[in-house]
Structures are given as structure tokens and as C-alpha cells.
Ligand binder design. Structure first.
Ligand code: AMP
Ligand code: ZN
Length: 167
């Protein structure tokens, strides 16, 4: 993708502070770090979101995330580590090239975990069952859509408007 900022970093046309590179992914420092050592791990090939990637390539990407996480952790002597990955506008994705944030965490950090992303929601058991069923019947179908050499018969999907939440 010609206009993509991170493709520009992969091509060496946009400067970056690279901390890791192999034949598939690279990692470099986030220009606006949430903590010192905040790194981004990206595939060299352009995909917009995680769900646009073939399963195999996302597996390779996550192996590198694991590797970079270990490097960031020992390089910064962090107490903990957050791995964050946002897909789509609703999730706050700003750069349209799939990336994992690897953020070193310290015990005095404000907002330690998921409460920094969204507050918890109350759901009754029937709603939990309903959403679990919707996810179970969709998951394999969706995964197989992205896998070229893998075919699975299509399962009937519940229409979206059948899913309602009682928050
Ligand atoms: P997201 O909100 O998950 O799309 O995160 C995009 C991240 O990319 C942000 O944390 C930005 O600070 C970071 N970023 C934007 N431009 C650059 C750049 N040129 N080099 C390194 N990181 C960048
Ligand atoms: Zn790109």
C-alpha cells in the first residue's frame, strides 16, 4: 500500500527506531510512547486489521509479538507488560496497518488494566448465553473465510438483530 505510513516504515522511507526485524514482522518504537520502550510489532505485508490476515500469517506475527514482548520486558526491566491490539474505528485504530502494541508496565502506572479501555457492563445470564451462541456459531465460519486452502460448510448464522443486550 503506497500511502500507508507503516508500509513506509517497512520500506525504510519513513524513519523509525527499529528494535526487531525478521523475514516477516518488524518492531519499532511508538513515536508517542505510553511508557518508555513502548513498541509496535507489524507484519511487513500490508493488512488493515487482524481479521484481514490469513491465520498462518497472524500466527507468525504473534510469535514475533511474544519475542518482542520478552525483549521489551528485559530491556526496560518492567514489572509487567500490556499487549494491545485495536481493529477498526470503534476500537480506536488510528493507523490502518495491523499492529500490536507492546507496552512495558510499572507498578506505579495509572489505570492498570482493562478498566482503562472500557467500564464493565452488567449482563444477565440469558444475554450471556445468547452472545456465547452467536460467537460459537460464527467463529469458524469467519476464520475459514480468510483461509484460502481451507473449506468448511457454511453454518447458519443468526441475524444480528436477534442479539440484544440487557446492560
Ligand atoms: P492505534 O491507535 O492502535 O492505531 O495506534 C497507532 C500508534 O501508532 C499510535 O500509538 C501512534 O503513536 C503510533 N505512530 C503513529 N505514527 C508513528 C510513526 N511514524 N512511528 C512510530 N509510531 C507511530
Ligand atoms: Zn501498510
Amino acid at each position: 500500500m503506497e500511502q500507508c505510513l507503516f508500509c513506509g516504515i517497512v520500506a525504510g522511507k519513513v524513519p523509525s527506531k527499529k528494535v526487531y526485524e525478521d523475514s516477516h514482522p518488524i518492531a519499532f518504537l511508538d513515536i508517542n510512547p505510553r511508557n518508555p520502550g513502548h513498541a509496535l510489532v507489524i507484519p511487513k505485508k500490508h493488512y488493515t486489521t487482524l481479521l484481514d490476515m490469513p491465520e498462518k500469517e497472524s500466527g507468525t506475527l504473534f510469535e514475533s509479538v511474544r519475542r518482542v514482548a520478552a525483549m521489551v520486558s528485559s530491556g526496560t526491566k518492567s514489572h509487567g507488560l500490556s499487549v494491545v491490539q485495536s481493529n477498526g474505528q470503534a476500537a480506536g485504530q488510528v493507523v490502518q496497518h495491523v499492529h500490536f502494541h507492546v507496552i512495558p508496565r510499572f507498578l506505579n502506572d495509572t489505570s492498570a488494566g482493562l478498566e482503562g479501555i472500557l467500564p464493565t457492563k452488567r449482563m444477565d445470564e440469558a444475554s450471556m448465553d445468547k452472545i456465547a451462541e452467536a460467537i460459537k456459531s460464527a467463529s469458524h465460519h469467519h476464520a475459514s473465510q480468510k483461509e484460502e486452502h481451507y473449506e468448511r460448510p457454511e453454518k447458519p448464522k443468526k441475524p444480528k438483530d436477534e442479539i440484544d443486550f440487557n446492560f
